[in-house]
Ligand binder design. Sequence first.
Ligand SMILES: Cc1cc2nc3c(=O)[nH]c(=O)nc-3n(C[C@H](O)[C@H](O)[C@H](O)COP(=O)(O)OP(=O)(O)OC[C@H]3O[C@@H](n4cnc5c(N)ncnc54)[C@H](O)[C@@H]3O)c2cc1C
Length: 500
Amino acid sequence: MISRQTITHPFNRGDYVVGAPTPPRWAADCPPGDGPASLQGDVPSGAGRVVAELRAVAAAVHTDRDEVVLRTRDWWAGTSIGETDGAPATPDAVIVEAADEDQVAAVVRVCAAHGIPLTVSAGRSNVLGAALPVHGGVVLDVCRLNSIVAFDAESMIVEVQAGMFGDLFEKELQEVHGATTGHWPSAFAISTVGGWAACRGAGQLSTRYGKIEDMVVGLDVVLPDGSTASYGTYPRAATGPDLRQLFIGSEGTLGVITRLRLRVHRLPEYAKGLAYGFATFAEGLDACREILQRGATPACLRLYDAHESGTHFGEAGTNLLLIADEGDPTLVDATMAVVADVCAATASVTLDGDAVLARWLDERMLVGKSGDGFAKGPGFVADTCEIAAPWSSLAPIYTEVVEAIEAVPGTLRAPRTSRTPTPTAPASTSRCAATSNGPAAASGTGPRGTPPTTSSSGTAPRSATTTASACSAPRTWSGPSAAASGRSRWSSRPSTRPGS
Ligand SMILES: Cc1cc2nc3c(=O)[nH]c(=O)nc-3n(C[C@H](O)[C@H](O)[C@H](O)COP(=O)(O)OP(=O)(O)OC[C@H]3O[C@@H](n4cnc5c(N)ncnc54)[C@H](O)[C@@H]3O)c2cc1C
């Protein structure tokens, strides 16, 4: 029921572009500016001189400056800061669309032969500028690689091309094969399967189904010299390092993922939800830890602090824990019995689990609501940050992060959260920060070629490269209006909302 519901409520209740990148909400009112590039400096001359060669091997090539600007916009706050001020992020590039694996390899070979930088681009839903051609060159758009290639019903393994968008992938899986990946990033309908692997993504039900690295059985890649490699046609190995993991989370720096083989699951018929309130956030964390350490792995385990319990569920004053599971009734009932046992002993209030689950299901893919309720003005940015940490550190981290965010001048308390806990850090705190001025707090990797603003190697139990930034814009929100511009193919679609 939880997985089934997702294909009916995929993203902003259907307000998105199906089968192609969905631009961020600000883009609807922001035609390509003609100012200087905000995120490109000295771009070495390059792709322009091989356009004819690229046209000969690829499905489509775009060189028009405005088209390049529109086709490189992503969901990073850093991109919007320049673009909304008339300075496009990365206008100097050539966009190349490949329609199959051979075309991908041919484009890579052209770039390799001429020493041209190549940036892989798919759904462009990343929130840290990872698909921006900050060094110019070629942007290789893989969205036309968009089919399920094979389905092994006995092994429950699906083979899918990397550019297939999550909603179409899951719909076909569910409706044709009676299966689900169980991978539900909030952006699943505006991101691609290859993007999930390239960004080592996490979904809302990762406590049961795992993160993307737990799902990938194999992948095919085009390496930087244009040669191809195939890793993993078997579920496990007894020898050698796992080279599949090298490409998962590599964000397009080690090769182009063209095809993936993913472990999938029978589509569940049965689900159950419970909800409790805790006197403190730390007590809620303890309950999560106890549930998991007793061996129960409910698909959804989400703890909201007192403020967000109010804004999400009208339960201000308590720290709300939502637990939901789906699958075989025997297993779900056993899991929820452990949950009920733990929470009966520790929670201060038992809530209506069905109602809380129903509300979460209805709203879980509604992004951008972190900005609702605020009068948006110059420099307004709403975003999220995610943290993975050992149990022993989570409670103090929560307290310190909230204090640090609230100490930033101009920070507002925002009403939404959007991230799911990871299996080993199930109660990672997720909090929106809306700043109207003041310094930036950023984590994760920046656009290709810029150093990470913080490092997170190896100290947290899991990592997700989608860790977002909460930052303020030093410029004004002054993009020219769409009415004054030639409309792009995107500006005429229903407006979408930036995520958080
Ligand atoms: C509203 C919103 C909510 C989000 N929620 C989540 C969430 O819950 N969980 C989560 O994990 N993420 C989330 N994200 C972040 C984003 O959706 C993920 O990072 C996603 O996996 C990116 O996929 P994409 O297809 O959009 O890739 P892009 O943004 O196009 O690319 C991202 C990076 O992957 C590389 N890449 C893409 N495809 C390939 C390929 N085939 N081969 C090699 N490299 C490739 C690109 O070069 C780039 O470095 C969210 C984003 C938004 C805007």
